[in-house]
Design a protein around this ligand. Sequence first.
Ligand SMILES: [Zn+2]
Length: 345
Amino acid sequence: MACQETSEYYTIEDYSRIKKVDTHIHTSADNGAFEELAKRDNFQLVNIVVDTKDPQFVLDQYASRTRLKTEYPDVYEFITSFSVETWDDEDFVEKTIAWLDEGFEAGAVGVKVWKNIGMEFRDKNGELIFVDDPKLDPIFDHIEKRGKTLIGHLAEPKNCWLPLEEMIVNNDKDYFRDHQKYHMYLHPEMPSYEEQIAARDRMLEKHPNLTFVGAHMGSLEHDVDELAKRLDKFPNMAVDLAARIGQVFYQTIHDREKVRDFFIKYQDRLLYATDIGYGGKQEAEAFQAFAHETWMLDWKFFVTDEWMTSDRVDEKFQGLKLPKEVVDKIFYKNAIKWFKMFPGE
Ligand SMILES: [Zn+2]
């Protein structure tokens, strides 16, 4: 009989025993619920600031992230961000670098840029700015010089440019049905999916030594072959899986072996993440049940070969049953490496 300690695979029961990191969450809640669950489920969390609204919103998130990091140093690392609202100011670059340095002194392991770059923010001439804009180069150079990681949520899932009936996951159908403003299929005057991805790729070509984590599978979530091409081309690029596990399930329905081979081949470049957000309004127990369920489903998918269902896709799919060493990297070691986090572990 195989002894569990020497088995090549984890089981469902190993879930709370194995150290894990969710590298992409957003929380400002101060009721202790997220931290209590994280400790119970053996998760550490990377809490991300994001430039979604205005400069004050960045400051507010920054305040909550640093407070939580101080209060729960064993649970959290955090990632800072900067607002592009002052883009046209003469001292934009200088002030942004000074602001990021303040975050690094406070312990930020990286900087996030968001899809407002490329898809929303316009300069004083009314032009969209893109992530390969030369104005951003000194900022990215500085992040590299400080040994920090740039995380980019750039573009959107390819579904965003498709009609609802062609989208491959139900959560995107629901989201874009409710947020027509962001449904690019309805806005053909806006840049195409390919243009957004190309701008990101040009930025990476300019900064080959910058450590870059593409949030949401680098917006190449719909096709592991397309993602593999970028990972081959940019050795300093990794991706997180945040909010795109549905697309992984979808591809698994159609070609499980291909998806499994991809996860094994690129085991050093993939970071487990969910994009769970918690502001503290939802009742603690309900939130904990939701987050626990999300994490458990993903754990089951990666470690077992059981047949599973998810509300994100319409058909059943079989877990990938990845070897232990691959699971250890995706759920823990890659986070430590790509964000240089929790030093000393
Ligand atoms: Zn997010």
